[in-house]
Design a protein around this ligand. Structure first.
Ligand code: ADP
Ligand code: MG
Ligand code: MG
Length: 901
């Protein structure tokens, strides 16, 4: 018969059955696997057992029937607990109480609820009141069971229980539940039983085994609850894993002084500092800490109040860290001075903490560099690039309120109180901050849409905090001084009223909330831990990483971030600068060759200056400069604009008095007229497929000759000054080897002429972009003329798919993605089956012709981790991306190499 139940001490057996530790986590769920694992390690864990995820799946598949033998195995396991604890389940004199806890393979915060204190009845509660001499304790336990069983198992609305509690507090004249006495709890229990009967139509089941059975079924069923399904969809967790159920002897943190319950991270989850971080509550039970109904104490207070327990907790944290080789998030309960661990798992943390912990743990000898590099995701490095509040602006602003800083980064937006509103605002392109008393799984879509999250309740382990951290949203929680009035859509802090739509700024790194819109600045990438981690990534990666940079200042920044050269310098950006555009336009409008040459001569020194700066910034590294690419009409004013200007000018003519005024205006009319004629002459049906790229050079060779002259004059001058220059001239949009042959002959002639004039030789390369399918297909021929290839995957994607990016992204592409016709946006991640295959062919054919062919990729895909992995597989030499993405690319390239091992 199938084994559906594993005692915590049967972990070896589970490992044998499941084949691996990952298998054990699949079988027993993450919580169950680690409870059993801790038991094996000798960490104090209250005895218990786990019903497997297979049992859950069998139960659900059978339409809500336990599989054969399941319940008998559970009853046998209960007997085992009775022996281990010397207590009896359902016995009034010496009762065993248990919790029933869900736990899937992957932690799903708040998705499936736990029932504590199972095994109580009217009689047993009275028994505990007598034997313990503490009726407050006994009735506190019972009311919790009634409440949790009622809401979790029987689906009774929480509100009805909360209402009773509220009334009892009023009656007793106290603010906190903790201040209620035995008689209060007795009264609450009585009322709860009434609520239970009223909303379920039956009496609360008095039989311990019946309670456990129904709680177990409820956990199994909750796997298919709406909230659980939504979360799995959002977090991309498979729907067929099922959840396990953990049944565990209760440890009582609410049995008077020297009893407590809490949560604790083995390192600081916000900064990564190697000190315990957590919250705890004396005289309380599990859920109290996370519920945030009472103010918790920081874990360090436990060090003063119960130093022995705190010391033991520190030791256990260390032990668990060295066992799991990761930072741990633990739940514990202290029962009359005795420490029990209730859960451990790898702790969620901010990107900043992730990086610091990875680096620290390598230096402590806990993990290898390889593990550290693999642990940090490119998306986490991306978070380092998110903006933070401008420190100078913050200096002059007064804080509105302060709460717990649970997820770093700045969020600036208009206040909104509902998740649906936040989602709507995001669709309209408005920045909002979602403000809530607390958040629930139903709010996740709004949290993702908002810039940041602000709550008045909850702690570091609240739903809001966990979700925010997981998805990298700045968040401040537990701002107690904030009074939120959802009905009138406003909140108050003291006398200040903030209404829906008002701007606020929050800092998830300090926990401070400001009124108004504070400017943000980019986070600094100089974090020493990040630098170290990335230097380790560099040891593993095979791909080079270059940057796309048009200006010297971008090149300098790129180099600071670790770029090993420039993969793409777009020369046309410089043509658009205010003082140059008129010269460029004069060149385009030239009526005769002399006119054009004069304009080009004026542009030459300016271009030379641009390249000079680039070569100096990239001393010793290659610099790829792409010759002019866009169609010429892009440098001229728009057609409609010219028509309008002309009409205005003509209207003005009648108001002019003096001849010179009229002359000047007429001259302007003539110029604009000429522009218009030229714009019309240059206009094309499909400019994207028209006279651009190499074709421009074929038609008007003067421009590219001037560019090559500028490149080599700058290179020679730099070389003479001791700079190690490596210019690489890149010809765009080539479709045929004949274009390349002709262009290269002309341009290399110019380059050699410059070097002869200057009396100095510099190493250089001529190469081509591969951005048209025909170029990829005939790459073998192109390589006879090209010393390097650079894939322009944006154009290559457009021409391979036969779609224009702008039209696609603003039109049908979203629908295609929603309907699953395309799995991914091909402009974000390279399409491996189409574009990727062309690249593969081009690399092979190109290298067959020229074995030392240099091959890389430029364009946005070069900064996308998945595309980087593809480039690694295809054996490219380097990827090139925007300077800010260089750190991400370094890490992604290392991941690609490590996954290849
Ligand atoms: P969640 O996944 O929501 O954290 P848990 O199953 O971990 O749910 O339990 C909720 C709370 O109840 C936690 O604080 C946990 O430590 C506490 N708890 C669960 N089982 C026991 C037990 N047997 N004794 C004492 N506290 C428990
Ligand atoms: Mg819970
Ligand atoms: Mg838990």
């Amino acid at each position: 018969m199938e084994k559906y139940i594993y005692l915590f001490r049967e972990v070896d057996q589970a490992e044998k059955a499941a084949g691996s530790w990952d298998g054990v986590r699949g079988l027993l769920g993450g919580k169950g696997a680690n409870l059993a694992d801790m038991t094996r390690l000798g960490v104090p864990v209250p005895p218990g057992f786990t019903a497997t995820t297979e049992a859950c799946n069998a139960y659900l598949a059978a339409g809500g029937e336990f599989p054969e033998g399941f319940w008998d195995q559970a009853l046998a396991a209960i007997e085992d607990l009775e022996k281990a604890t010397d207590k009896k389940f359902g016995d009034a004199k010496n009762p065993l109480l248990v919790s029933c806890r869900s736990g899937a393979k992957f932690s799903m915060p708040g998705m499936m609820d736990t029932v504590l204190n199972i095994g109580l009845s009217d009689e047993i509660t009275e028994g505990i009141a007598k034997t313990s001499g503490d009726p407050r304790f006994a009735y506190d336990l019972y009311r919790r069971l009634l409440h949790m069983f009622g809401s979790v198992v029987m689906d009774v609305d929480d509100e009805h229980f909360e209402h009773v509690l509220h009334q009892q507090r009023e009656k007793a004249g106290v603010k906190l539940d903790a201040d209620l006495g035995a008689d209060d709890w007795k009264a609450v229990v009585k009322a709860y039983k009434g609520v239970f009967k009223q909303y379920t139509g039956e009496d609360f089941p008095q039989d311990a085994r019946e309670q456990l059975k129904r709680a177990t079924e409820a956990v199994f069923r909750s796997w298919n609850g709406r909230r659980a399904i939504d979360y799995r969809n959002a977090a991309k967790i498979a729907h067929d894993l099922g959840t396990a159920v953990n049944v565990q002897t209760m440890a009582f943190g609410n049995i008077g002084p020297r009893s407590a319950t809490g949560v604790c991270m083995s390192r600081n989850a916000a900064t990564g500092e190697p000190t315990l971080e957590g919250d705890y509550l004396e005289n309380a039970q599990g859920e109290d800490v996370v519920a945030g109904t009472r103010a918790t104490d920081p874990i360090q207070v436990l060090g003063d109040r119960m130093p022995d327990v705190y010391g033991e907790l520190q030791d256990i944290a260390k032990k668990l860290e060295s066992h799991y080789r990761n930072m741990q998030d633990m739940e514990f309960t202290v029962e009359r001075g005795k420490l029990w661990l209730l859960q451990t798992r790898d702790g969620k943390r901010t990107a900043e903490a992730e990086v610091r912990i990875a680096v620290d743990q390598v230096e402590e000898g806990l993990i290898t560099k390889e593990i550290a590099v693999k642990r940090v995701s490119p998306a986490q490095v991306d978070i380092f690039l998110h903006p933070k509040l401008d420190p100078e602006a913050v200096e002059g602003s007064e804080a509105l309120a302060t709460g717990l800083a649970v997820s770093p980064g700045a969020a600036v937006g208009q206040v909104t109180f509902h998740a649906d509103d936040a989602q709507q605002a995001a669709k309209e392109g408005r920045a909002v901050v979602l403000v809530r008393p607390d958040t629930k799984p139903d709010d996740v879509h709004g949290m993702l849409a908002a810039q940041g999250i602000l709550t008045s309740r909850g702690g570091r382990t609240s739903h809001a905090a966990l979700v925010a951290r997981q998805f990298g949203k700045p968040a401040v929680v537990g701002v107690a001084e904030m009074e939120i009035d959802l009905a009138s859509r406003q909140f108050k802090v003291g006398e200040t009223v903030i209404k829906e739509g008002d701007w606020i700024s929050l800092d998830g790194t300090t926990g401070i909330v400001y009124e108004g819109e504070i400017p943000t600045v980019m986070a600094d990438l100089d974090n020493p831990y990040l630098s170290k981690l990335l230097s380790w990534a560099d040891e593993f990666r095979k791909l080079g990483v270059r940057a796309n940079a048009d200006y010297p200042r971008d090149a300098e920044r790129a180099r600071e971030y670790g770029a090993e050269g420039i993969g793409l310098c777009r020369t046309e950006h410089m043509f658009f600068e205010a003082e140059r555009l008129p010269v460029v336009q004069r060149m385009i409008m030239a009526r005769d060759p002399e006119d054009r040459d004069a304009a080009l001569a004026a542009l030459l020194p300016l271009q030379r200056g641009d390249f000079d700066g680039l070569f100096r910034a990239m001393d010793g590294l290659p610099v790829i400069i792409r010759l002019i690419d866009p169609p010429l009409h892009e440098f001229l004013p728009g057609h409609d604009e010219l028509i309008k200007d002309l009409a205005d000018l003509k209207l003005q003519l009648q108001h002019f008095r003096t001849l010179s005024e009229i002359d000047a205006a007429l001259e302007e009319v003539r110029t604009k007229q000429r522009y218009l004629e030229q714009v019309e002459a240059l206009s094309e049906e499909n400019p994207m497929l028209g006279t651009r790229g190499v074709r421009l050079g074929m038609v008007i060779p003067g421009v590219v000759r001037m560019q090559v002259r500028a490149i080599f004059e700058a290179a020679c001058a730099c070389a003479r000054g001791g700079v190690d220059v490596h210019p690489e001239v890149m010809i765009p949009l080539v479709m045929h080897v004949a274009e390349l042959r002709e262009m290269r002959a002309q341009l290399e002639e110019e380059a050699r002429a410059v070097m002869a004039e200057q009396g100095i030789e510099v190493p250089y390369k001529f190469g081509t972009m591969i951005e048209i399918p025909r170029a990829a297909v005939t790459a073998g021929e192109l390589a006879t003329e090209a010393e390097f290839f650079s894939f322009g995957t944006n154009d290559l994607t457009q021409t391979t798919f036969g779609i224009s990016r702008d039209d696609a992204e603003q039109g049908f592409l979203v629908e295609y993605l929603e309907r699953g016709i395309l799995p991914k946006n091909p402009f974000e991640t390279i399409d491996p089956d189409g574009v990727g295959q062309l690249m593969k062919w081009a690399v092979e054919q190109g290298r067959a012709t020229r074995s030392d062919l240099e091959v890389g990729i430029c364009g946005e895909h070069g900064g996308d981790p998945e595309s980087i992995a593809l480039c690694h597989t295809l054996g490219l030499g380097y990827v090139s991306c925007s300077p800010f993405r260089v750190p991400i690319a370094r890490l992604a390239a290392a991941h690609a190499a490590l996954n290849d091992r």
